[in-house]
Design a protein around this ligand. Structure first.
Ligand SMILES: *[C@@H]1O[C@H](CO)[C@@H](O)[C@H](O)[C@H]1NC(C)=O
Ligand SMILES: *[C@@H]1O[C@H](CO)[C@@H](O)[C@H](O)[C@H]1NC(C)=O
Length: 483
């Protein structure tokens, strides 16, 4: 009996001793958020987690697509051992607060005047904390004015040698790259240490794989929107193959956040914030690409679903005023098979914000979308599983082939799609159609729920399905029937 008690005490002590919060340093220069302060504690010890801020005003002077007066504050940290408590200090008092994604089941509670707390039990969690004085409206009103994102990273497992000349090492501090830095054939790794604040981007010019990683920040906030020195994206790695982008935060893009159409690339633990203007696409990746455990705030397509064997899983998406969550269009042809996308939390779809209650949205705005003038289709074996859309979603599916289309988009399975609500006015109906010789065949929506109710027919979810150019589009409830 005594022996057992001693064992329990020792075990508990050992367990506490192994857990710790990993707080990152920060460079002097980037301003701290004036909207939120964030503290992280574990076992009674409280740490200040430096909270950055990005604001929309500069972009709003450069393009009318950016709305002035918005901000996103963000902080990141890591931990080992047991759960941590995150404490947020706000500028205004509130009654209620929410942590999204709701699927995390992290409950925000007010613990004092202008103080909120929630418990984070795991890393690889990308959270938006929202307060009732600023919930925004996805149904015509303004969006959330001052956002707060809290990122719980996994601990770092590797730091490169600073003196290795195949490594570009950015330590704590501000580094201005004066445009995108070319990664020529001798560079194998680019490391952004925690606290590094790198102004610029990266572009591969050699054929070798490059790993860009760390817990630092890459920002193009100081660059002009559409700066022509950036060809496509902040991270432009079409050249080469098997590139890895891991762990960093990317802020305020001048074009896309990431374009890596080379093959076998990975994007993991990356957080994309400050997408104030149009063309802030999230990720376009080449065949056999993997996107996992990321946060994407996009103001254009969040995920380009373009290439064979693409896998995307455990991604949290904040879709701003423009673009699709999953985009299949834009290019002249869509030849693609064996795509697997799963466990995606879409925490906001802001297409109708600022537009009044009878909002009209562009053809490229939907969760599942086909935009542009794509003419040739050989699309087959695409599976989406466990897709959760929070809030009022103006449009779920807008998938209409262009005039003169040929070929087929076949065998698309959407399993466990849940949407909190849709506004249900006719200008925003969902639609699936082929065109000319182009056909849409065998699409199955299995266990598709809106407001918790399973959809067993097209009309129930306000779908227009063109009978002439589609076949076997089915809505199945009650068991995972995979046709
Ligand atoms: C779909 O959801 C059900 C109920 O939540 C779950 O049991 C099932 O495993 C899910 N299907 C897949 C393929 O994940
Ligand atoms: C479908 O085909 C019928 C018969 O050819 C035609 O009358 C109708 O307009 C077509 N519908 C669409 C949506 O093209």
């Amino acid at each position: 009996m005594v022996g057992l008690c001693v064992w329990v005490v020792l075990f508990t002590l050992a367990n506490e001793a192994t857990g710790s919060v990993i707080i990152y340093p920060h460079a002097s220069g980037p301003p701290a958020s004036n909207k939120f302060k964030v503290y992280v504690s574990q076992g009674g010890r409280k740490h200040d987690s430096f909270t950055y801020i990005t604001t929309s005003d500069k972009r709003s002077h450069e393009t009318s697509s950016a709305h002035p007066g918005r901000s996103m504050s963000f902080t990141s940290f890591s931990f080992t051992g047991g759960a941590v408590t995150v404490e947020v200090h706000t500028q205004r008092d509130f009654h209620n607060c929410i942590v999204r994604p709701k699927s995390y089941n992290y409950h925000c509670r007010r613990t004092g005047t202008k103080v909120a707390q929630f418990t984070v039990s795991n890393t690889e969690k990308w959270m938006s904390v929202e307060f009732d004085y600023d919930y925004g409206s996805s149904n015509g009103g303004p969006d959330i004015t001052d956002r707060l994102l809290v990122f719980a990273d996994p601990p770092e497992t590797h730091k490169p040698n600073k003196n290795d000349n195949s490594v570009l090492y950015y330590d704590v501090g501000i580094h201005n790259l004066h445009g995108p830095k070319q990664l020529d054939s001798h560079i194998k790794e680019v490391y952004l240490a925690p606290g590094a604040y790198v102004q610029g981007g990266f572009k591969t010019t050699g054929n070798q794989p490059v790993k860009i990683y760390g817990r630092g920040i890459l920002s193009t906030a100081t660059y002009t929107w559409h700066d022509p020195r950036f060809q496509w994206a902040m991270i432009d790695i079409d050249k080469g193959h098997s590139h890895v982008l891991e762990g960093i935060i990317m802020v305020d893009p001048v074009k896309y956040f990431y374009r890596g159409l080379s093959d076998h690339n990975t994007v993991r633990y990356v957080k994309m914030v400050g997408s104030w203007a149009y063309n802030s696409d999230g990720i376009g990746i080449g065949h056999d690409g993997l996107v996992e455990d990321c946060f994407i705030s996009a103001n254009d397509d969040a995920l380009k679903v373009y290439t064979d064997n693409m896998v995307a899983r455990r991604v949290v998406i904040w879709q701003m005023q423009n673009g699709a969550v999953f985009q299949n269009g834009w290019w002249s042809g869509r030849d693609m098979k064996k795509v697997r996308i799963s466990d995606i939390d879409v925490i906001h779809t802001d297409w109708c914000t600022f537009k009044g209650s009878n909002c009209h949205i562009s053809d490229n705005d939907a969760v599942f979308d086909l935009a542009g003038n794509t003419k040739h289709f050989a699309m087959n074996d695409i599976v989406f599983t466990n897709i959760r859309v929070e809030g009022t979603c103006p449009r779920i599916v807008y998938w209409k082939m262009a005039n003169g289309a040929s070929g087929a988009a076949s065998n698309v399975h959407i399993i466990n799609l849940s949407v909190e609500s849709q506004p249900g006015h006719d200008s925003l109906h969902n639609e699936i159609a082929g065109n000319s010789g182009g056909r849409v065949t065998n699409w199955q929506f299995n266990n598709f729920k809106i407001g918790g109710k399973c959809i067993s027919g097209a009309a129930q979810a306000d779908f227009h399905i063109d009978a002439n150019t589609t076949s076997n589009i089915r809505f199945n409830c009650g068991g995972a029937i995979i046709g």
